[in-house]
Write a protein that binds this ligand. Structure first.
Ligand code: ATP
Ligand code: MG
Length: 555
């Protein structure tokens, strides 16, 4: 990996100190997604941090599926997550499933019961909530709290053996019902769920809660630094409590950082899943989604995503990053790599009346003027071409230098043409232009006779590739990202009805077009060949970004 991620941050400082003091001899991190959806750009930040930091200290990083909630999890997500992590350019050391630790977790729960530090609860979830108290009011101890060890062991065994229905019993930690930290008021460690698990099938009907499972998973794997996002800060005392009282050999340290948020972007798996399930988008890999698979299909490269992530830095804060910053990095990445060609996305036919009928010629142009090593291409030119509808106006406003009756422009890489006449259909739409060309003005011929103010792009009408173009706008309208839990005005009310525009047009025929190939189309921006909807006859191009941006880096 190239090492921009090495830019100093507070987590790195902690690791350095732990190695220096001898607390750890190796750094071990993990990326722990729950397989309940596809990864998004926010996860990429967590991935880059966990893998990047360990890599820097020659440590190890595990990919661990945090699969303790069978209701929401699925093998499809496991496969997609593995693919995305690899595509982003990261290699895990161990590949683990939290569900493979269920037996060990169960044993550790029994240990807690034996120590008198956990008990089986008869109260319902609602009652537990009532008993819990509030920030200003102590909680109330449940009658179950005084059960003896033997009875707890027996009941917990019965829970495991399927003697109870969902919600009838839970296992709770016995900590402190008057703690100032609500998470420490006898948190639930195990719940009953008669659900088939994607990995363990029907072996279990009790499942550990995240707060119990996660620290154990980390400790079992010998993770030294358990990096997570700031919403888990309040859980840190419980994390430490679990590791300490279950007698785990390794004591991982939980360290929180601020999650990545991006303007005009929904970034929670729950919301993304809703968009997918309700058919608002074309699957998890819809190019408008901030999922890794969506960004890939849109045309973002792993390099651009990584550069963007490193630029966002690491802090405790969680301000939203401008979505244009991400676009900046894909432009930078593709500037030198992407072949440049011409495409016409809203075609208007032009007949060049003084060009001999039935003849054609090849014009030569560089594939990428900024990267001459990419060589040259041949562009066919003949009597009939397409230009953009917006490059002709019957009655032009001031400073319009493109085609209008009597005006002359340069066709990019070709000749000057002059508009002589135009044809309208019955509704008054312009359907065809008649122009003349001047053979003296061939591009590259050194012609200096006169100048024109406008240059427009075009493609040959008889020798070009019919193509579909998909232009995207943000899926979510304004930036006022709702708070988690405040569903009054949900993100579903802020869906942009014009987030996708589909156009039919043409590209140069010399192009070799394979899924995921990227091009810069003159004036239109960078495009990616859609892997899902392109066919051999007709490519579909997703616009990644337009060419220009108003985005400026803050000093
Ligand atoms: P979501 O809220 O989108 O469902 P999650 O946190 O529930 O995300 P997990 O699968 O539990 O998703 O996340 C795996 C790891 O990715 C966690 O360590 C989590 O903190 C981290 N992560 C998730 N979203 C972001 C984000 N926006 N920025 C940085 N890290 C994130
Ligand atoms: Mg989650």
């Amino acid at each position: 990996m190239e090492n921009k991620e090495t830019s100093s941050n507070f987590i790195k400082t902690i690791m350095q100190e732990d190695l220096r003091s001898g607390k750890h001899s190796d750094i071990i991190t993990r990326f722990p997604p729950e397989p309940n959806g596809y990864l998004h750009i926010g996860h990429a930040k967590s991935i880059a941090l966990n893998f990047g930091l360990a890599d820097e200290f020659n440590g190890k990083t595990n990919l661990r599926f945090d699969d303790t909630n069978p209701l929401k999890e699925d093998q499809e997500y496991v496969d997609a997550i593995k693919e995305d992590v690899q595509w982003l350019g990261f290699e895990w050391d161990g590949l683990h499933f939290a569900s493979n630790y269920f037996e060990e977790m169960y044993e550790r729960a029994i240990l807690l019961i034996k120590k008198g530090m956990a008990y089986v609860e008869d109260l319902s979830i609602e009652e537990i909530r009532e008993y819990r108290g509030t920030l200003t009011e102590h909680g109330k101890e449940s009658p179950s709290r005084s059960r003896n060890v033997e009875e707890n062991l027996d009941l917990f065994k019965q829970m495991r053996d399927g003697k109870f229905g969902n919600g009838e019993k839970v296992l709770r930690a016995k900590i402190d019902m008057s703690s100032g930290n609500m998470n420490m008021r006898d948190p639930v460690l195990y719940r009953i769920s008669h659900t088939t698990h994607h990995n363990t099938g029907d072996s279990w009907c009790i499942y550990p809660m995240y707060a119990f499972a996660h620290p154990l998973e980390d400790a079992i794997e010998g993770v030294t630094h358990s990096i997570c996002t700031t919403e888990f800060e309040e859980q840190r005392p419980l994390y430490n409590w679990v590791v300490e009282h279950t007698d785990m050999a390794v004591q991982p340290q939980q360290i929180e950082f601020g999650r990545l948020n991006i303007t005009n972007t929904v970034m929670s798996k729950r919301k993304l899943k809703q968009l997918v399930d309700e058919g608002v988008v074309d699957g998890w890999d819809d190019p408008r989604l901030p999922t890794i698979s969506g960004l890939r299909r849109r045309g973002f490269t792993p390099e651009a995503i990584r550069e963007f992530i490193y630029e966002t830095g690491v802090s405790k804060g969680s301000g939203a990053v401008d979505v244009q910053m991400m676009e900046h990095f894909i432009r930078e990445d593709l500037k030198m790599k992407a072949p440049r060609t011409m495409s016409v996305i809203r075609p208007l036919k032009v007949v060049i009346t003084n060009y001999p009928e039935g003849e054609s010629e090849m014009l030569e142009a560089e594939i990428n003027p900024e990267n001459p090593e990419m060589g040259t291409r041949q562009i066919p030119f003949s009597r009939e071409i397409y230009i953009e509808q917006e490059d002709f106006m019957e009655e032009p406003p001031k400073k319009y230098h493109r085609l209008y009756p009597g005006n002359e422009v340069r066709l990019k890489h070709a000749y000057f043409i002059k508009c002589e006449d135009f044809v309208k259909d019955e509704e008054g739409n312009i359907v065809e232009l008649h122009c003349t060309y001047d053979p003296e003005t061939k591009s590259g011929s050194g012609f200096t006779g006169r100048k024109v103010k406008g240059t427009i792009h075009w493609v040959d009408a008889n020798d070009s590739k019919a193509s579909e173009f998909r232009l995207y706008d943000s899926l979510i309208l304004d930036e006022d990202e709702e708070e988690e839990g405040n569903e009054e005005k949900t993100f579903m009310d802020r869906i942009n009805p014009e987030s996708l525009e589909i156009l039919q047009g043409f590209v140069e025929s010399n192009m070799d077009v394979k899924p995921q190939d990227k091009f810069q189309f003159f004036r239109h921006g960078y495009f990616n060949v859609d892997p899902k909807h392109s066919t051999a006859e007709k490519p579909v191009f997703n616009r990644i970004v337009s060419l220009k941006s108003s985005f400026k880096f803050k000093k």
